[in-house]
Design a protein around this ligand. Structure first.
Ligand code: 5CA
Length: 451
């Protein structure tokens, strides 16, 4: 992409409504624009990162054997009346009536709708196990929408639902989700720690939230610092193996890590004092096993091998896709702007032309642009007639992890400058070597192509 042809409405001033850094940078970098309280338009740069995060979530869900689909945002109230949640859900649910006076709602989650699909089409244990998921907009009429996309009213969520014959099978599905979530967050450059939590309006008493540690997080968390040493890494995993998935669950959840809802002071005090931590965290996902709560209410039964009918065991599993943009920025920024992890960066590399209009500098930038594009990468070429200082400030703000700077002086010596956004370190290289290095860096990161 050439910046002169892109739509990147960068703001110079700090927007006064933004209280936390991620919200401030998302507005300043021209990623989002508020349309109403807690409702945002996703401008091209924000949309691009949203799609990259979505792609990672899809890839890891499909790798775990979960099946993508799409349900609507608007739902009929009938199913919610059947499950009993229409009255329970309270004011967070946006209720709408259509021209015929029928009660509708903008879905805050999809347990009822998916259970209805299941009961209409599946009746036998032979069709199990089954996990269906979708990534779709949700609406919760939060009393205090704030912090930009972190606590929106309209937000983008991945929600998956497992259907199993027995509790043991459903717990295996729970564990598969835990593993696939660890992988997803790590690909986004995040450490998200599974912590024992509370079921809330979804229900069930077996649930973990995934928390990214950050001072601006809305949840208070208590944990053994040893949990922060755990990484999943690129180890192989067989998602069909009950033992392997259970092993990962035990490894990642046996140390003390709880949100304030389930915190137990006596248990916490058993952690050696020097490892006890009280901090704040951003909840980027939650997994639930709630057994037969919805299948009993909605009559979703399956016939077992013994011919008997019984309600199917279920769980639901969510990832806050749009919230993740905020969480990643909270975890990765400096005073100049965002620092995108390679896995989700909107463009792989910036190209800054120090002297736009200089025939040699222009030609060198064009050929870098072509070489990176030919290698399957997406560069962002700042080809505007602007001062170098302004170009650097924009690149630092929008946070591309790598930048190649091209100027007539370097070109005389056959070099360009390659700069790492995170460390600030630069090195002079031939243009070919710079391209080669960027290609090698991204060979280790499976990034989805953006839009
Ligand atoms: N049905 C279950 C799992 S699919 C469910 O709705 N779980 S949830 O309520 O925990 O939501 C899943 C994730 O969505 C949360 O972990 C959080 O990351 C994100 N989320 C929830 N509310 C908001 C909100 N108001 N704004 C942005 N993200 C949100």
């Amino acid at each position: 992409m050439r910046l002169s042809r892109y739509f990147l409405p960068v703001l110079k001033e700090n927007p006064s409504e933004a209280q936390i850094v991620s919200h401030r940078y998302m507005l300043r970098a021209g990623m989002i624009k508020q349309s109403a309280a807690g409702i945002y338009s996703w401008l091209p740069l924000g949309f691009k990162v949203l799609k990259k995060i979505e792609t990672i979530v899809h890839e890891e869900q499909m790798r775990a054997g979960h099946i993508p689909m799409l349900m609507p945002t608007l739902q009929s109230a009938d199913l919610w009346k059947e499950s009993g949640r229409y009255d329970d859900y309270g004011q967070e649910m946006l209720r709408i009536s259509d021209r015929h006076g029928r009660d509708m709602l903008y879905g805050p989650t999809n347990e009822e709708l998916i259970t209805d699909i299941f009961r209409s089409h599946v009746g036998s244990y032979k069709d199990l196990p089954l996990t269906l998921y979708h990534i779709q907009w949700k609406f919760r009429d939060e009393i205090r929408p704030r912090f930009g996309v972190m606590r929106g009213r309209e937000f983008y969520m991945k929600d998956g639902y497992n259907f199993d014959l027995t509790k043991e099978d459903a717990l295996h599905a729970y564990n598969r989700h835990l593993v696939s979530y660890l992988r997803s967050y790590e690909r986004m450059g995040l450490q998200a720690i599974p912590m024992r939590a509370d079921g809330g309006p979804i229900g069930g008493d077996y649930t973990h939230e995934f928390l990214v540690l950050a001072d601006t997080g809305e949840s208070e968390v208590f944990y053994d610092s040893a949990v922060t040493d755990l990484t999943f890494g690129d180890r192989a995993i067989d998602y069909d193996s009950v033992e392997q998935c259970q092993g990962v669950l035990e490894e990642f959840t046996s140390k003390y890590a709880r949100t304030d809802e389930t915190h137990d002071e006596a248990l916490f005090n058993e952690v050696p004092e020097e490892r006890r931590r009280v901090a704040r965290g951003i909840e980027v996902g939650q997994i639930f096993y709630f057994g037969t709560k919805y299948s009993e209410a909605l009559g979703a039964n399956v016939q077992g091998p013994d011919g008997k009918q019984s309600p199917v065991h279920m769980g639901s599993h969510g990832i806050g896709v749009s919230r993740l943009l905020g969480a990643i920025i909270e975890a990765s920024h400096d005073e100049k702007g965002i620092i995108w992890p390679e896995g989700v960066t909107p463009f792989h590399c910036g190209i800054v032309n120090l002297k736009q209009g200089d025939a040699e500098a222009d030609a060198a930038c064009e050929s870098l642009y072509e070489a990176l594009t030919a290698a399957g990468l997406e560069p962002l070429y700042d080809d505007r007639k602007e001062r170098a200082g302004g170009k650097f400030a924009t690149m630092d703000l929008i946070g591309l992890p790598w930048r190649i700077t091209v100027g007539p002086r370097g070109l005389k010596n056959g070099v360009v400058e390659l700069t790492c956004r995170r460390s600030g370190e630069s090195e002079e290289l031939s243009p070919e070597a710079a391209v080669q290095k960027i290609v090698e860096i991204y060979a280790n990161h499976q990034t989805g192509r953006g839009f």
